[in-house]
Design a binder for this molecule. Sequence first.
Ligand SMILES: Nc1nc2c([nH]c(=O)n2[C@@H]2O[C@H](COP(=O)(O)OP(=O)(O)OP(=O)(O)O)[C@@H](O)[C@H]2O)c(=O)[nH]1
Length: 149
Amino acid sequence: MSDGAGCAAVPEPSSTGRLLLVAACALLDADGRVLVTERPAGKAMAGLWEFPGGKLEPGESPEACLVRELFEELGVRTKPACLAPLTFASHTYPDFHLLMPLYVCRVFDGAPAGRENQAIRWCRVHELRNLAMPPADLPLIAHLEELLT
Ligand SMILES: Nc1nc2c([nH]c(=O)n2[C@@H]2O[C@H](COP(=O)(O)OP(=O)(O)OP(=O)(O)O)[C@@H](O)[C@H]2O)c(=O)[nH]1
């Protein structure tokens, strides 16, 4: 049994005071490949590959946010019942603390296409480790591997 000393040895990330709630989704195709999108030039962390999604609007549920974002970003139609929660990211960035539930979605209408100038790609789950992704996303990959392998 642990006495917690291992945890105590890890420096706590300092609180930034601002919590940002973002919903993200791993769209899965019939072969179990995962869709990721590239953050466009001009945005923070441009060039990194991330899961589609975005910030919740006031009063919006994570599921409603994803239904909206998947259509806006990719032209994909889905519904809350088709979004299954998988895990979440909790990561301190310099300017904010990100809390990001990750859902998986296998049932959607439409072929995803980048509608906001972003590149998209379908990846085998083991390929995610070779992609440059935001640091908050790295712990999420193991959960997808467990689901998909
Ligand atoms: N959608 C998404 N956002 C992520 C992921 N990982 C991660 O750290 N983020 C961060 O969560 C925030 C998402 O915000 P967003 O997509 O709505 O906003 P944005 O930075 O693109 O700017 P915007 O305000 O112009 O839409 C960004 O700071 C983004 O870097 C991820 O896998 N998917």
